[in-house]
Write a protein that binds this ligand. Structure first.
Ligand code: 6R9
Length: 636
């Protein structure tokens, strides 16, 4: 196992060392992995044009570090415990040896179907072990995976496939999700009508949903692997060869493909997994995220498996068949580490402590949260009722772009404070700047969160558009990586993440760009224009509030039916996660003379707080504000 920090003074010592001499620090971490050839230089970087390289000249395969490096000691150890959507369906367990064989077998299937090193493969799958097998098989042969969350619509999937020019799609006949069965293959078929790059589709049989198999293109997973060899020699990768692309929303335009490379991502996810969670060999780690998000990539698949950990992979939802499902799973598999999102905690909190009391949760040692700020009430509930006051809560702040956990307590080592992500991981150098880019030194400061020095798993580019990455992350504040988050550093030097300061909303821990949702709404034939803002939502963290200007032809329609039809449009264009919670029809939007929407006012109205709307004199027509306030049912 990787060496780890055990005490607070140990953390402070490691941190100092990592800042004073980052090269030596990461050199010694990286030496604990298996490299076919070691690196010639640890790091080279330039934030002006985003040119960052780690472990330069190193050759490796990340799956050799999961399997070959560990097999002698871990062969019979369980790698994945699969808990199906239906608790009555038998649990499936794969040992490291079995997982290794499945990965090799499927890697051979990819090769036999024309996938080669550097090709892109889209994965649109349920949370079954095959999703992890598909990812690892890509990594084995050097193909670049692009996992797309299976809740996204056909048009979102098509956009991602086209942007990456994926050669293959790996999917399933259907997905079980609570009481529902989702016809996933049908979504893929629809998406592929507008994609020309895809040559083959591999379909896992999961739900027995009838599907159309297109001759010459579609292949059943079980038929493809049948009788296949379980030997596959891993492709040799350069440290800086692409490992995967993962699409994420930003403040402008369509989602962008965040690119991660092999060596640095491996070192950083494995290091943070071991340290933040203090994982020990007998522990059972359960991260409830979907592999469609970065959390699933780094802390279900790569980070844990690189450490030889046993992970639970859960296919279902927290409230099916009953609201105690999470606690039933913890008890059933004797989970020691539970890593989930504040939105799930808040949703389960609403059912009180009775569902918890039905189960023995004494196996739990560490609790983690990720994805959005955690309010203090949820933090205390998690700590007191789930962890019974015995389990440290690690509030882990990070992003798709950062690849791994950046600011977080180290479980049982860093004293925690509700709502605080506390202190940076070794190697991470956060700075806080004001809106003019001046660094705010010392404690008791608040501003924009930036990082001033590279770390191994940072974003290398946005796929197919390097300028976009430079402009998005490195142009706002010169010489710094800008996270898009606001942050406060308190008197103790602890960091508290305040949420996004750009036009990104965080709904149940999922990132959505306001522009993306607006474009979806505007695609409705009766919509002229719209403006979308986030507002505080008790369960989801942020909800979506849409102000919509309708075409005059809409007068003929029933407003409630129109709202439903807008929701259907958004579901079709993006997916159900982007459905607005509130739709308000307006005749005008508050615009400045230069035509910019004054979102500040729209946010205030959405928050139902009109006490301090600020300066509205620069508006083209200040009377629209009154109309909007009235339409929202608020009186001045
Ligand atoms: C890992 C992940 C990133 C955005 C990020 C921030 C928010 C994530 C957080 C948190 C407060 C935490 N965020 N973790 N905010 N406390 N512990 O979620 O990646 O989907 O890219 O979202 O999520 O706003 O900028 P991603």
């Amino acid at each position: 196992m990787l060496t780890k920090i055990n005490t607070l003074s140990g953390y402070l010592y490691e941190y100092q060392k990592s800042v004073a001499n980052p090269e030596d620090f990461w050199d010694s971490v990286a030496q604990q992995f298996y490299w076919r050839k070691t690196w010639d230089k640890v790091v080279e970087w330039n934030f002006e044009n985003l040119d960052v390289k780690w472990f330069i000249g190193g050759k490796l395969n990340i799956t050799e570090n999961i399997f070959e490096r560990n097999l002698f000691t871990l062969g019979e150890k369980t790698a994945i415990i699969f808990e199906p959507n239906d608790p009555n369906e038998p649990v499936r367990k794969l040992t490291y040896k079995e997982l290794y064989e499945e990965v090799c077998r499927f890697a051979n299937v990819l090769l036999a179907n024309g996938v080669r090193k550097g090709d892109r493969v889209a994965i649109y799958m349920p949370m079954t072990p095959e999703a992890a097998i598909a990812m690892l098989a890509c990594a084995r042969i050097g193909a670049i995976h692009s996992v797309v969350f299976a809740g996204f619509s056909a048009s979102s999937l098509a956009d991602r496939i086209n942007d990456a020019q994926a050669k293959m799609v790996i999917t399933s006949d259907g997905n079980f999700r609570g009481a529902k069965t989702i016809e996933v293959k049908a979504v893929v078929d629809e998406a592929l009508q507008s994609c020309t790059s895809v040559e083959k589709v591999i379909v896992l049989k999961r739900t027995n949903t009838p599907v159309q198999m297109q001759a010459g293109r579609d292949i059943w997973w079980h038929e493809a692997v049948q009788g296949g060899s379980v030997q596959n020699k891993a492709e040799e990768m350069d440290s800086e060869d692409m490992l995967f692309i993962l699409y994420t929303s930003g403040s402008t335009g369509k989602p962008k493909g965040v690119v991660h490379t092999t060596g640095g991502y491996m070192v950083y996810t494995a290091y943070t997994f071991r340290n933040v969670f203090q994982y020990e060999p007998q522990d059972i780690f359960w991260c409830t995220a979907d592999v469609g998000w970065v959390t699933g990539h780094s802390y279900i698949v790569y980070g844990p498996l690189l450490n030889g950990a046993t992970v639970v992979m859960f296919e279902g939802v927290p409230t099916y068949p009953d609201v105690d499902r999470f606690w039933a799973v913890v008890e059933k598999h004797k989970v020691t580490h539970l890593y989930t999102a504040p939105t799930a905690i808040r949703a389960l909190m609403a059912y009180g402590t009775e569902p918890i009391q039905k189960h023995d949760l004494s196996s739990l040692k560490v609790l983690g949260t990720v994805g959005e700020p955690i309010n203090e009430e949820a933090w205390h509930w998690y700590y007191n009722h789930v962890g019974k006051g015995n389990c440290p809560v690690v509030d882990t702040w990070w992003q798709t772009e950062t690849g791994g956990i950046m600011i977080s307590p180290i479980a049982g080592v860093t004293p925690t404070k509700p709502g605080y992500a506390t202190l940076p991981m070794p190697g991470i150098q956060p700075v806080i700047v004001d809106n003019e880019g001046r660094e705010l030194k010392g404690n008791n400061v608040e501003g924009n969160l930036c990082i001033k020095f590279p770390w191994p798993s940072m974003i290398r580019t946005t796929y197919g558009d390097h300028e976009r990455a430079v402009n998005t992350y490195f142009k706002t504040f010169k010489g710094l990586y800008f996270t898009g988050d606001g942050v406060k550093r308190d008197a103790d030097g602890y960091y508290r993440i305040l949420g996004r300061v750009d036009d990104v909303i965080n709904v149940s821990g999922h990132r959505l760009g306001t522009a993306e949702v607006e474009n979806a709404i505007n695609s409705h034939p009766l919509v002229i224009e719209s403006a979308v803002v986030g507002y505080p939502h008790e369960i989801k963290g942020q909800g979506i509030y849409a102000y919509v200007i309708l075409d005059s032809a809409a007068k003929e329609h029933d407003p409630e039916k129109l709202k439903q039809s807008l929701l259907t449009t958004v579901t079709k264009v993006i997916g159900p996660i982007a459905k607005p919670d509130v739709i308000q029809f307006v005749s005008c939007l508050p615009k400045t003379r230069s035509g910019k929407i004054m979102r500040r006012i729209l946010r205030k109205v959405a928050e139902k707080d009109i006490s301090n709307l600020g300066d509205t004199t620069t508006l083209l027509d200040p009377t629209v504000v009154d109309e909007i306030i009235e339409g929202a049912g608020l009186r001045q």
